[in-house]
Design a protein. Sequence first.
Length: 333
Amino acid sequence: MQFAGHMAEGADKLWRAWGDGAELDLDQECRRLTLRVLARSVLGVDLDARADPLGEPLRTAAVYVADRAVRPVRAPWWLPTPARRRARAASATFHGLADDILQGCRADPTRDAPLVRALIDVADPETGQPLSDEDIRHELVVFLGAGYDTTATTLTYALWALGHHLDLQDRVAAEVAAVGDRPLTSEDVPRLGYTVQVLHEALRLCPPAAGTSRMVMKDFDVDGYRVEAGTLVLVGIYAMHRDPVLWDHPLVFDPDRFSPANSKDRDRWQFLPFGGGPRSCIGDHFAMLEATLGLATIIRHTEIQSLDDDFPLAVPFTMVAAAPIRARVRPRN
Ligand code: HEM
């Protein structure tokens, strides 16, 4: 699968740029990687800039939306508040990028951009109507917004945790070494079971989507409380993933809890990093493939030593690192 090639290549470029003994910010490095991979794989563009071109606009727009959603009293839409002006400018940056991508694909039919092509070619099964350019731009913005921070944070948390547990890190290194000395492909994923367990444990303790919501369609009872149709209910994924009733030693980073033997009797609904049901995350396979090949490629070549005890979290919209996540890196022999 071509996506896998972009993923392994992106991770390879990343670690090669690190000097022996360098101190770096894992969050910044992982954001660079995931943006590059998402852009290359599904949008057909190179977003290789050293600076993070979307992080700031993404957060500005997301903070505004999240903040407005929970305010009991909201300023009317037409009032030009400073926050709204900033959010509009951020949104314009995103939409401008989406438009460049779309027009670039229309102008060059050979450009390898599977998602954009799929959106251009799709037609309403009933009316035969294609998506308008504006619809496509909105879809691209959603994919950029949903797929960038989330995967970056997962990878950052996994690397940070491994940087505190060198024994677990060595297990990942041994697993990937056993695959052989060649670029990893999607066919290797079944042989990277422990690497996937590490990512699941990272997603348990640091689920980038800390919660999700559903509109109740019919009345039902929860623990004797009546919930009426039309109520908006929130599922606290972060709280559930750390609930001592559901998990032994919930704050301990222990990828073995996701071994096949330890997982087989677990309730499917207590681990929901990608949500569940018909509206679960559409990018879950892409994200897991990217994170698995990225983590395995980095650990295969590099030893990570985390320099900070804590992983401070902020929730501007999805859950992200609230500060640089410092680590020292060395080539692995
Ligand atoms: C580790 C990375 C990711 C995590 C943790 C994550 C998590 C989630 C969660 C929890 C939801 C809501 C599901 C629900 O309510 O049941 C969601 C929805 C969504 N995600 Fe992801 N996601 C990730 C990566 C991605 C990627 C890479 C893409 C696209 C390339 C993506 C695109 C979407 C979209 C479009 C939706 C909305 C789906 C719908 O409403 O039908 N996500 N994601």
